[in-house]
Ligand binder design. Structure first.
Ligand code: ZN
Length: 78
């Protein structure tokens, strides 16, 4: 299958279906589901069904997410 520009596509099976895993969702007092923390994102659905973990985007998986600190001024690299 030809890869469309910018489209996420699994490099192992060519699938284009992604999964996002959210941990700790809950129902709030307004009765709506509150999303928890994303623990895995852009995982290939087809590979996962076969027991293969394949990320569409080759980021290292982030299993623990901490609140991002406010970005401060970066020190000059010079
Ligand atoms: Zn796949």
């Amino acid at each position: 299958m030809k890869r469309a520009p910018g489209m996420l596509q699994c490099s192992k099976c060519g699938g284009r279906d992604t999964m996002t895993v959210v941990t700790g969702s809950y129902i709030g007092q307004d009765g709506k589901i509150k999303r928890g923390t994303v623990t895995a994102d852009k995982v290939c659905y087809h590979c996962d069904k076969r027991g293969i973990l394949s990320f569409m985007v080759q980021d290292p998986p982030k299993l623990v997410q901490e609140p991002k600190p406010r970005r401060t001024k970066l020190k000059s690299a010079n």
